[in-house]
Design a binder for this molecule. Structure first.
Ligand SMILES: [Zn+2]
Length: 145
């Protein structure tokens, strides 16, 4: 007989295992972005296929992350696509709830709890609603020319 406690426990265990496996897979994806472990990009990409980060494709992550590495002003929110900082003009327009969420996300516990869904949400919003912003950023750094 399966109890609701058993179903919840199994679901929680599945969630934790999936989170850990996805975290390790993400780490390996980062290495593949930087052309490791072999000198053959297609082979490297085959080794991490399929991507476990379901919210955006690996090649999009690759473009975005490489842009992060080539910007001159690392962490500048106007240049670095992986910056956690916000331009002051945008921050001044934010509501108090958003400011509290950002402050919480900048703590260790916040990064563990809010970080993954936050990153997925931000990337998805950027990817599908503000594609032109990313395209402009890519064009600035030599992509899509
Ligand atoms: Zn990197």
């Amino acid at each position: 007989m399966v109890t609701s406690f058993g179903i919840v426990s199994a679901g929680l265990m599945l969630f934790l295992v999936t989170a850990i496996v996805t975290a390790f897979h993400s780490s390996i994806q980062h290495e593949v972005v930087h052309d490791h472990p072999t000198p053959y990009p297609l082979l490297n990409e085959a080794l991490i296929f399929p991507s476990l980060i379901l919210v955006y494709p690996f090649r999009r992550y690759r473009e975005l992350h490489l842009t992060h590495h080539i910007v001159e002003n690392l962490t500048d929110p106007n240049d670095d696509p992986e910056s956690y900082f916000w331009p002051m003009c945008d921050r001044n327009k934010m509501g108090q709830v958003m400011k509290v969420l950002l402050a919480a996300n900048n703590t260790f516990v916040g990064q563990m709890i809010l970080g993954p869904p936050w990153a997925c949400l931000v990337f998805t919003v950027l990817n599908f609603t503000d594609w032109w912003v990313m395209k402009k950023m890519y064009a600035k750094h030599g992509y899509f020319t």
